[in-house]
Design a binder for this molecule. Sequence first.
Ligand code: NAD
Length: 311
Amino acid sequence: MVTGGAGFIGSNLVRAFAEEPGVGEVVVVDDLSTGSLDNLLDVPARTFIGSVCDPDLLDGAMAGAASVVHLGALGSVPRSIDDPLGSHHANATGTLTVLEAVRRHGVPHFVLASSSSVYGANPILPRREQLRPLPVSPYAVSKLATEAYALAYAACYGLAVLPFRFFNVYGPRQAADHAYAAVVPKFVTAALRGRPLQVHGDGHQTRDFTYVRSVTEVIVDAVRRRVSAADVVNLAFGVRVSLRELIAELEEVLGRRLEVSHGPPRAGDVRDSQADSGRLRELFPSARQYPLRTGLAETVAWLSGQVLVQR
Ligand code: NAD
């Protein structure tokens, strides 16, 4: 079962499961708040529309599940600054509600998406999992709660859990046209429409951009081998790319110069981010990293189709 399966990472994951021999039925729970059924149009999945905060819906969806991959959440730091309670409800209360359903149904394996934003104001790079989390946004606090709940369920109920910290995941099916869109789809869409790329701050802030296929491959492997861990695991490869470098790569992919405009830095944003991927490599020796150029080219190809359709 995949919560948030109609979203960006979720729908890529459901596709990856569909191609995996030996995987039975894939069940999706999603309230479509940021996801879309269009993302699942051509994939075999049984879909339950509703919230992860609804125990009855979860009971219907979860019966017989071999693993639960919990991705359903309200992403975005700025969204959480506008509506902290909304983010807390979907992310923290939602995770606790899913974990209770997992306990009721005796599901043996639980994979969770937390976020690199939990490292927040801690200045140490690369981000090792043992660093003290210093979240600086309501979103980051809600994600820290989700991983703490998962680890508490492992300690109290013996549940096999695997709490990942995703970094900046990008790729096809990431929504571009909403106020809280992530930087890669925002930049690519602006570039395709011939509009300036809006950078918050000087553009020297860095991120560990992770192509979505790396993430889905690791999660499929985790489910197949029932991998669990006693603590959180970074799911990124230790690549530190500034927004200026990201724009330069995009210019290479598109074969032209792009116009950039700078605004003030955003509240709640972390300055630098780079994973230590040692633990990931131990647990998933075959994890594959895709070059930024390759991932951006595939993202541009997909978003080009979307932008053309919207014209
Ligand atoms: P997304 O917004 O595309 O997907 C989230 C999905 O969850 C959407 O389909 C949405 O409709 C659904 N959802 C939201 N609230 C829900 C609720 N209450 N009940 C049921 N479904 C709900 O975002 P994504 O980028 O695919 O993120 C997936 C997960 O990964 C999230 O937990 C997010 O916090 C985490 N994450 C993502 C990134 C990234 O860079 N994309 C980084 C760190 C963590």
